[in-house]
Design a protein around this ligand. Sequence first.
Ligand SMILES: Nc1ncnc2c1ncn2[C@@H]1O[C@H](COP(=O)(O)OP(=O)(O)OP(=O)(O)O)[C@@H](O)[C@H]1O
Ligand SMILES: [Mg+2]
Length: 384
Amino acid sequence: MKLDKSEILKALETITVAGEGKNMVESGAVKNVITFGDEVIVDLVLSTPALHIRKRAEVDVMKAIHEKVYEKAKITVNVKVEAPETQKTQPQKNVIKGKPIPGITNIIAVASGKGGVGKSTVTSNLAVTLAKMGFKVGLLDADIYGPSAPIMFDVEKERPLSVKEGGKSKMKPIENYGVKILSIGFFTQPNQAVVWRGPMAAKALNQMIFDAAWGELDFMLIDLPPGTGDIHLSIMQSLPITGAVVVSTPQNVALADARKGVAMFQQDSINVPVLGIVENMAYFTPEELPNNKYYIFGKEGAKYLSEDINVPFLGEIPLVQSIREAGDVGRPAALQTATLVEQAFEEITKNVVQEVVHRNEHLPPTEAIKITTMAGCAAVKNKK
Ligand SMILES: Nc1ncnc2c1ncn2[C@@H]1O[C@H](COP(=O)(O)OP(=O)(O)OP(=O)(O)O)[C@@H](O)[C@H]1O
Ligand SMILES: [Mg+2]
């Protein structure tokens, strides 16, 4: 059973919170509805602290969804109380001083430190899972040296068209599985070795960000190249990143690099919140024997790292053949329903969304960093 967000909202429109006059969707009391399979999370913001009104709202939400949408829906209602004068009329949007990207609400960078640990795999599966949850999703493949999104989404042969928007020509992202994609791979020949100078790469990326017709997006995911280098700085200079997801495998070499990756985002001059760490290839499991787990790269290394440096642990993904195969044929594994892999990505995606919601509630929007001097660059790089 897949619950539909618009049906949930319709059901919530039948509820009026005592003292508010309008229904709870119109009055802005419903801040967020996240659906996932037969689960739904409803975030409410009420202006009254009276306990009976809060309880009443909770019960009404559960009743409306059970009666009007699905009687077995698993519902979580989070209620927050805000005095009316502090209630924000606008949800937190990313606004860069001087350079807003209209319509894009959350930008999430996926990074790793070490190469080959599964950033692109995690990014593509997060993207399709978010799309399945009903979010509007974009994916920017910023790995100019080894773009993978065109292959992972089976759109290798596509070329973005140019469309007019506000009198300007813009490139239209390629869409598949509900995800809008732009990648440098669309503009190069498959066998061509792309050698970019830093400023050229930065320019190409900027075009894919600002000269593209992304439309409204709830999430833009950015698949970063490995390491902590120029491209990372350039992206953080151009974009207000909502938060970063760091991917690591459990072995020590990868963990050491993941630690540096986290440190890069947390630098004073960069200050991008780290939403958490994903442990990829956490254990090998043969698909026909899912209870047999072989910890070939070590056990729970990324989990311990996240505890050690005090960032959330977002979940683990097993090493299974189908993930690699799915990547190669261009149909992210999380699209396969009722599988261990779908479940693992659902868990992680839910955690990412919750961390984003939490982050947006507690921290101001990230500003694009300004590193204009070589000394600034060196300071960041020396942290490596
Ligand atoms: N959990 C997994 N199970 C099986 N194969 C996986 C898993 N995660 C990633 N892979 C495979 O490992 C290879 C490397 O993954 P991927 O390209 O996502 O890594 P990356 O971190 O983006 O690499 P790069 O640093 O080169 O950008 C791919 O072939 C991918 O299909
Ligand atoms: Mg990659």
